[in-house]
Design a binder for this molecule. Structure first.
Ligand SMILES: C[S@@+](CC[C@H](N)C(=O)[O-])C[C@H]1O[C@@H](n2cnc3c(N)ncnc32)[C@H](O)[C@@H]1O
Length: 349
């Protein structure tokens, strides 16, 4: 039997702590009942139809606020000193028979609070050695296909851990808990760069070589920089200032004006339109609809929808209702690097 048939009714779903209520709503909409928030943004839940059916449904239309999910095949409770031996035993009895020997694996360990002295590496390293020895499967932390997820939390002087095995494509993210970290570079212009990188990676957006990109709400220029690194010629539109390094780049055309004003110039077509404008999500969606005529038929669009504290779901649904007649929604997610916003990936209908 391979890992991909190893089902479970218990699962851990992870979201941004401030959006746990929305994640709960998303789980309820697919008949998954949350038992407990075991740590901020980490929800222990039960699905009667099982993790595999849920993951299959989410492959075609995934949740927005849940950024990671994994099945739970073993639950361990004890003292920290004996955690590792209990984990080893659970892996040996519950998981080893299901690990596919010809599929690269990784152990993704999360300590869900700071009170524990064990570090993720203290668990991942010896467990991966055990799995390599016992199954012959190759460890590949960069590009695993099957993942053993371990999450540990402390309960005073005791600890609890949840362990599960899954196909990485069923976890919504290749990263432990959906925490995708990127290296900072000295050239970085804004933190926003990370959310564009995360969106390119997750939505698997391939840019044409030497394509034309339009960056609406570009200042100070982080997204423009990332687009330039991807060899795109960029028109950067913003009434605000661009960073000097972006201004000096001959591959960037700067239009110091609003997106509404730039539209009056009847711009040419683009392979990609990105929009990180700080504005009401529905107004931003209306502008994207106006800009649809500036997108090549094969083109793609990526936008952040800014959420407000009250009724973010209504905002999202309102924006979708405006976008949907013109664009097909290919993906919508709140990534690790998104704070009060979500990212939406669109192509023309
Ligand atoms: C979050 S920042 C963009 C950050 C940018 N993506 C980066 O990586 O550096 C939002 C920007 O939206 C711009 N903005 C707000 N309303 C706009 C409008 N109507 N047209 C163009 N830009 C707008 C603001 O001036 C601000 O620079």
């Amino acid at each position: 039997m391979t890992t991909f048939q190893h089902d479970s009714q218990t699962l851990l779903a992870t979201c941004a702590p401030d959006y746990a209520d929305h994640a709960l709503g998303e789980l309820a909409s697919v008949a998954v009942a949350v038992r407990e928030e075991v740590a901020p943004g980490v929800l222990l839940a039960e699905s009667e139809r099982g993790f595999l059916a849920l993951a299959k449904a989410w492959r075609s239309a995934g949740p927005i606020f849940i950024r990671h999910v994994n099945p739970v095949h073993s639950i361990i409770e004890g003292v920290e000193g004996s955690l590792f031996s209990q984990l080893t035993q659970a892996v040996e009895t519950d998981l080893l028979p299901h690990i596919a020997p010809d599929v690269p694996f990784s152990i993704q360990t999360r300590m869900l609070d700071d009170a524990l002295s064990l570090k993720p590496f203290d668990i991942s390293k010896p467990l991966s050695t055990l799995i390599e020895q016992e199954t012959g499967a190759a460890l590949d932390v960069r590009d695993p296909r099957q993942v053993i997820s371990v999450a540990v939390v402390s309960l005073g002087d005791r600890v609890r851990a949840w362990v599960g095995l899954s196909d990485v494509r069923d976890n919504l993210s290749d990263w432990a808990g959906g925490v995708r970290r990127f290296k900072r570079s000295p050239e970085q212009v804004s933190r926003s760069e990370f959310k564009l990188l995360e969106a390119f990676e997750t939505f698997q957006i391939a840019l044409p070589p030497r394509g034309r990109a339009l960056d609406l709400g570009a200042a100070p220029g982080g997204w423009t920089r990332i687009l330039r690194l991807a060899e795109q010629f960029v028109i950067a539109v913003d009434p605000g200032d661009l960073h000097p390094s972006i201004l000096a780049d001959k591959g960037v055309g700067y239009r110091r004006m609003t997106a509404q004003q730039y539209l009056q110039e009847e711009p040419d077509e683009f392979d990609l339109i990105v929009n990180d404008m700080r504005m009401d999500a529905r107004d931003s969606a209306r502008l994207m609809v106006d800009y649809a005529k500036c997108l090549y038929p094969h083109g793609a669009a990526l936008m952040s929808l800014k959420l407000t504290e009250d009724q973010p779901l209504e905002l999202v649904e309102g924006a979708f209702a405006i976008l949907d007649p013109v664009y097909q929604r290919r993906g919508a997610r709140q990534f690790f690097h998104n704070r009060n916003e979500i990212m939406v990936y669109l192509t023309l209908r």
